[in-house]
Design a protein around this ligand. Sequence first.
Ligand code: ARG
Length: 455
Amino acid sequence: MKSSPINLSMTDKQARNYATSLPFDRRLYRQDIEGSIAHARMLAKQEIIAAGEAEAIVKGLNSIRKEIERGKFQFRIELEDIHMNIEARLFEKIGDVAGKLHTARSRNDQMALDLRLFVKEEILKTIGEIKALQAALVELARANKDVIMPGYTHLQQAQPVLLAHHLLAYFEMFQRDRERLHDCLGRADFLPLGSGALAGVPYPVDREFVAHELGLSKVSTNSLDAVSDRDFIIEYEAAAAITMMHLSRLAEELILWSSSEFSFIEIDEAFTTGSSIMPQKKNPDVAELARGKTGRVYGHLMGILTIMKSLPLAYNRDMQEDKEGLFDTVDTLHSSLEVFAGMLKTIKVNTDRISQAMRTDYILATDLADYLVKKGLPFRKAHGVIARLSEYAMSRGKAFRELGRREYREFSPLFAGDVYDITSESSVAARNVIGGTSPQQVEKALRRAKRLTKR
Ligand code: ARG
């Protein structure tokens, strides 16, 4: 067996262990091999190497991929990274011809390519998972389409809304997350190969051919930029951070709603834990963990931004630190989205508890003010009247509907018998504007949402 001439000359063992990226960048083996195969084919097509040489290289690379996938590959930390490990193994397999693969290429443009291919794939996967989560939200909303719940501001009951409307608010957030990722995909989608170490390569390469082979839609237009920016990773991590922020808010609400104080919902036992000493407890661990994991995703975004700031052009070894945060972001996002979609499907809505929560009907105060406005009172005045009326009702422990006609009229002569027609049903029905919570609007929104989970 031929051994490789690759020598990275870092002789201190501690330094080598410090500098290696192999323990994490081995994850990029597939993209690395795919990129090398396209590069070798192009070199032959351009007659930079012979056709037979490219054939041997491609064959060798394919068998290396199989070795890795079967767990038969001997990874060697002293060879620093995944690129060197694969190339060294290629020497063992096909001899000196292996040395031709790295013609017109540098590890700098090679790594930039591997990462772009990786990020592209992960974006598509993430978008699919968000879509599945949205579908679960739509299902839950549809199944509880008529449920009216208190809507909150400052976590104080504010105005009635349909539960479906509340859930669809998250649908919208996740829809924008999908769009953000899609935008990010467009900017990640170019070929850095051909940039060489930093200045471009002195060979008649066909960059468009390589881009096409790899399913990339264009080639980079500045070699220094192509090997030295990681903005596509930052963008992915930023989009991931925003998605996790949205997920975390939803998690927080599920946690609140499943508490005994709210009891609006029940999360299935498959997604909760019991306490070892308090038998009454059902802890919403999955939701809590998603909320908690949001922190590490934010952390990775701060990490990569900080790594990249102030780096002079072009490649610097600091940039090797781009990978672990990216991988952990990808893993955290995938697992959180998946488990959340599963959990949403098991949620039971406790309709009685939700309507009990609005028993006092003070949540209809805005509707009473709007009632007076419709009878001619300026809104500010109406607001004042209802503020006094509310104080009166609360101090007597009465709901609005329990006040007598005469009591109402002490606050305004505009009150008539139809004031008793104001209910949470009439309140939501009245909000029949685009984006409002009326059943008619929410029905439309549900249909649109369903369509968007199919595309
Ligand atoms: N292991 C390196 C990284 O992940 C690969 C590129 C190394 N390039 C170099 N010129 N040392 O960034």
